[in-house]
Design a binder for this molecule. Structure first.
Ligand code: PMP
Length: 406
């Protein structure tokens, strides 16, 4: 139930009040959501939606998962927040768990943050501390919206209004090893990559790129930073997307799914060299890894393992990836991605229309670019729930482009 004063208002009223009270940075919201349970959410007018976006790759356990609710409630009732001048058992256990999941080499360390951008800010600082002037990132990259992370992000609309950004960052074509090799020299501090570029339209790096990038960066002494903010914590059917490629990065950043919906992020420095770059007093954030956030992350990682969710991600993801082109007629030509991070690639630029049709029909997805619809559902999504979307897809396509033969 909603707290007194928040219940009993129509969705239209919330949307109207929203536009008068909040900055328009996220555009105009289409629904006010008031409740969630598992893979479903409900709007203020009582309509139910299958959440195939999971708060953008974040609610990995779905909504109101009893283990997460229990862990967060118990922690808040025991010790909520303490300053980072103190240690907490939850924070230590979380850092150790992350290092174990990453099979981190000797000397690796963790910095706990609140978001993906903030984890990447930490990685940016680590890169600067090498003393080298240049940083490489990939065209199409998204690493966040704070100024340092924005300097790493490639999209011109996001960057240009805020110039000048922190300097030294150059964007090389994604997936092009020749261009990477040509750009790398002893002045390069770090290369930032996403294994699958989520915001650019769910675009995986070509097979072999990451392993080659590891060798090339190592050969000039540059750090390899892998941004696992969207791909990490089981999303691809592996704990982290890069491990399947057999590489050990110097820095891995994590957020989104880590807390199962509670804000928590991490920057992990792998090995002695990367871990030696940020010293005492050189980075910090008030809430970073507080006991409640750390308890949420520990509970999330625990449930993923206990319930075998990585296998579920692989099997339900395959079902969606194989079923969508068949169900999507002539519009859905291809599915990119891995596990439960999927981009339905459209033959024509109808991603907005398809997303709107899906919402009307009770499915939450989103458009990443004009011709790609992203699915990043909770990792608990069942085969039946996936099938309900596939069954609806022919009609959604028809609504999205009524004049087209399908
Ligand atoms: N890196 C990647 C790869 C992301 O997808 C995102 C968020 N979409 C971020 C960083 C930024 O994370 P946050 O929104 O938590 O700052």
């Amino acid at each position: 139930a909603l707290p007194a004063g928040l219940a009993g208002h129509a969705g239209a009223e919330w949307l109207d009040r929203y536009t008068h009270a909040l900055l328009p940075t996220y555009g105009v919201p289409q629904r006010a959501l008031v409740r969630g349970d598992g893979a479903y959410v409900w709007d203020a007018d009582g309509r139910r939606y299958l959440d195939l976006l999971g708060g953008i790759a974040t609610n990995v356990l779905g909504h109101a998962h009893p283990t997460l609710v229990g862990a967060v409630s118990a922690q808040l009732a025991t010790l909520g927040h303490v300053s980072n001048f103190f240690a907490s058992p939850q924070q230590v256990a979380l850092a150790e768990r992350l290092l174990a999941l990453l099979e981190a080499p000797q000397g690796s360390r963790v910095f706990l943050a609140n978001s993906g951008a903030e984890a990447n800010e930490g990685a940016f600082k680590v890169a600067r501390r090498t003393g080298r002037p240049r940083i490489l990132a990939l065209q199409g990259a998204f690493h966040g919206r704070t100024m340092g992370a924005l300097a790493l992000t490639h999209k011109p609309d996001y960057r240009e209004p805020f110039a000048p950004l922190p300097g030294g960052v150059e964007h090389v074509p994604a997936g092009d090893l020749g261009a990477l090799e040509a750009a790398l020299d002893g002045d390069v501090a770090a290369l930032f990559v996403e294994v699958i570029q989520g915001e650019a339209g769910v675009r995986p790096l070509p097979e072999g790129y990451l392993a080659a990038a590891r060798e090339l960066t190592a050969s000039v002494g540059a750090l390899l930073v892998v941004d696992e903010v969207q791909t990490g914590v089981g999303r691809t059917g592996h704990w982290f997307a890069h491990t399947r490629h057999g590489v050990v990065p110097d820095v891995v950043t994590v957020a989104k799914g880590l807390g199962g919906g509670i804000p928590v992020g991490a920057m992990v420095t792998l090995g002695e060299r990367a871990s030696g770059l940020l010293g005492a007093g050189q980075h910090g954030t008030t809430f970073g890894g507080n006991p409640v956030a750390s308890a949420a992350a520990l509970a999330t990682l625990h449930v993923i393992e206990r319930d075998g969710l990585l296998d579920n991600v692989s099997s339900v993801g395959r079902r969606l990836a194989e079923g969508a082109p068949a169900a999507g007629g002539s519009l859905v030509t291809d599915v990119r991605g891995e596990g439960l991070l999927l981009g339905l690639h459209l033959a024509r630029p109808r991603a907005k229309e398809l997303t709107a049709a899906a919402l009307e029909a009770g499915f939450i997805v989103n458009a990443v670019g004009p011709d790609t619809v992203r699915l990043a559902p909770p990792l608990i999504l069942t085969a039946d729930q996936a099938d309900s979307f596939l069954a609806a897809l022919p009609q959604l396509v028809q609504t999205a482009e009524p004049d087209e033969e399908s």
